[in-house]
Ligand binder design. Structure first.
Ligand code: PLP
Length: 444
C-alpha cells in the first residue's frame, strides 16, 4: 500500500494540474520530452517531487510504484545511498572543468570491461551517441548510406527520424517536419527481423552502405526481441559488404543483462558489433552517454583521426562518477533480482489480462519486458501497431489510480529496479485485476 496517508485513489491532483498549466504556458506541451505529456493516454502527468527506491512521490504527496525508472537508467532504484554519496563528493570537488579527469578513465574502463568495445568516447545523450557513431561510420568507410529498421528509435537524429519510402529498399522520407528530405535520402528503413529485406538492400546498395544501425533488441516499440541469429546475420552481412554494424545499446546496455543485449546473444553466437552506443544506465541518472568500438575505428576520431566530434560537458566528472558508482553496484545479484521481479510482474499481468479476456502478448529480453494488447506475436513495427491503445489507456489510468506509474504509452518497455522489493511488486500485482477489467470494458 502507499506509504502516504493522504493518497487519494480517486486521483485528484491539484498541484500537478496547476504545474501542468504553468508548464504549458512556457514549454511546448508542458514537457521537455513528448511522452511525458500523457498525450497517448490522456489526463494530467504527475509532477514528481522526489523519489526513493522503487517509489515516486508527486507534488500532491501521492506515492507510486515506478515502472518507468527514468526510462531505464535507475537500475538500482532512486536515490541509492552509495550513488548519492559518490555524487555528493564529486559535486563538492567542482562540477565541470573542461579538462580530462579520473572518473572518465574509470568509467571507460568499466564499460570496456563489460561490453564488446575497445575504446569509448563520452557524450551527453543517446542522441549524440548515435549521431556521432553514424558520422564515424561514414568517415571510416567513406560511404554515405545508412540502414535502420522501422520502429527502432535512436534518438532525434535527423537522418534517423525517417519513415520507409514507398517500397522496400527505397530511400526514406522525413519522419517529422523540420527534417529536410536531403537528410533522409541516404537512409533506408527496413522491416525488423526481416532477413530478405536486409539481403535485398545490400544487393542493391552494398558498396554505398556505410553502416546498419539497430537497437540491439528493440525496446522503443515495446520489446521486440531479435529472432535467434538475427543480430549475428546483421553483423555478418555488414562484414561481408564492408559496412559497419552499429548496435544501439542505449536502452539495453547494462540493463537487459550485465553485458547488455550482447551478453544475451552476441557473446554466445560469437560476433561483435563494430560500434556500440550506450546511454541511460551508464549515466546513473545524469546526462552521460557514449559510443565505442574497435580501436581501429575509434582512432579515426579527432584528435587522433580526421572525424570531428566534441562536447563541452562530455565526460562531465559528476555524471561519470554517477555512472561509475552505478555500474560498480550493478552486480550479478542486482540483475538476478530485477529478473525475478520481472518474472513475477509478467506472470501477474498475464494472469490478470487472461482472466479479464484481454488479448495480449508479453515480450521480453533479459530483465526488460513490455505488454502488447494484441492477439499477434510481435516481430516488427507493423505487428506492434496492432496494439489496442484505447484499452491500454484504461489499463494505465486504473494502475495510476491504484498507485502504479506505468509508461504513459502502449509502446514502451516497463522498467524495474533492484529496489523493487516485495512491497512494491505486491502493490503492482494487487492493482492488476482491476486494471485488466478496465481494459476489457473498452477493448476494441
Ligand atoms: C533513449 C534512446 C536513445 C536516445 O537517448 P537520449 O539520451 O534520449 O538522447 C537512443 N537509442 C535508444 C535505443 C534509446 O532507447
Amino acid at each position: 500500500m502507499p506509504t502516504d496517508a493522504t493518497y487519494d485513489p480517486a486521483g485528484s491532483v491539484p498541484a500537478s494540474e496547476a504545474l501542468f498549466a504553468r508548464a504549458k504556458a512556457v514549454t511546448p506541451g508542458g514537457v521537455n520530452s513528448p511522452v511525458r505529456a500523457f498525450n497517448a493516454v490522456g489526463g494530467t502527468p504527475r509532477f514528481i517531487r522526489s523519489a526513493k527506491g522503487a517509489w515516486l512521490t508527486d507534488v500532491d504527496g501521492n506515492d507510486y510504484v515506478d515502472l518507468i525508472c527514468s526510462w531505464g537508467p535507475m537500475l538500482l532504484g532512486h536515490a541509492h545511498p552509495e550513488v548519492l554519496e559518490a555524487v555528493g563528493a564529486a559535486v563538492a570537488r567542482g562540477t565541470s572543468y573542461g579538462t580530462p579527469t579520473e572518473p572518465e578513465v574509470e568509467l571507460a574502463e568499466a564499460i570496456v570491461e563489460r561490453a564488446p568495445v575497445e575504446e569509448v568516447r563520452f557524450v551527453s545523450s543517446g542522441t549524440e551517441a548515435t549521431m556521432s557513431a553514424i558520422r564515424l561510420a561514414r568517415g571510416f568507410t567513406g560511404r554515405d548510406v545508412v540502414i535502420k529498421f522501422a520502429g527502432c528509435y535512436h534518438g532525434h537524429v535527423d537522418a534517423l527520424l525517417a519513415s520507409a519510402g514507398s517500397g522496400l529498399a527505397t530511400f526514406a522520407v522525413p519522419g517529422t517536419p523540420g527534417v529536410p528530405a536531403s537528410s533522409t535520402e541516404l537512409t533506408l528503413v527496413l522491416p525488423y527481423n526481416d532477413r530478405d529485406a536486409v539481403t535485398k538492400a545490400f544487393l542493391e546498395y552494398g558498396d554505398r552502405i556505410a553502416c546498419l544501425i539497430t537497437e540491439a533488441a528493440p525496446g522503443n516499440m515495446g520489446i521486440v526481441p531479435p529472432e535467434p541469429g538475427f543480430n549475428a546475420f546483421l553483423a555478418e552481412t555488414c562484414r561481408t559488404n564492408g559496412a559497419l554494424f552499429i548496435s544501439d545499446e542505449v536502452m539495453t546496455g547494462f540493463r537487459a543483462s550485465r553485458q547488455g543485449q550482447w551478453g544475451l546473444d552476441g557473446k554466445q553466437e560469437g560476433w561483435t558489433p563494430d560500434l556500440v552506443t550506450f546511454g541511460k544506465v551508464m549515466g546513473g541518472g545524469f546526462p552521460a552517454a557514449a559510443f565505442g568500438g574497435r580501436a581501429e575505428i575509434m582512432r579515426r576520431l579527432s584528435p587522433e583521426g580526421p572525424v570531428y566530434q566534441a562536447g563541452t560537458l562530455s565526460g562531465n566528472p559528476v555524471a561519470t562518477t554517477a555512472g561509475l558508482a552505478t555500474l560498480r553496484l550493478a552486480t550479478d545479484e542486482v540483475y538476478a533480482h530485477v529478473s525475478a521481479a520481472a518474472e513475477t510482474v509478467k506472470g501477474a499481468v498475464a494472469e490478470a489480462l487472461t482472466k479479464a479476456g484481454v488479448a495480449h502478448r508479453i515480450q521480453a529480453t533479459g530483465t526488460m519486458f513490455s505488454v502488447f494488447l494484441t492477439d499477434r506475436d510481435v516481430r516488427n513495427f507493423d505487428d506492434a501497431s496492432t496494439t489496442d491503445v484505447t484499452a491500454y489507456a484504461a489499463f494505465f489510468h486504473s494502475m495510476l489510480d491504484q498507485g502504479v506509474y506505468l509508461p504513459p504509452s502502449a509502446y514502451e518497455t516497463w522498467f524495474l529496479s533492484s529496489a523493487h522489493d516485495e512491497r512494491a511488486v505486491g502493490q503492482i500485482v494487487d492493482a492488476l485485476p482491476a486494471a485488466a477489467e478496465a481494459a476489457a470494458r473498452v477493448q476494441q
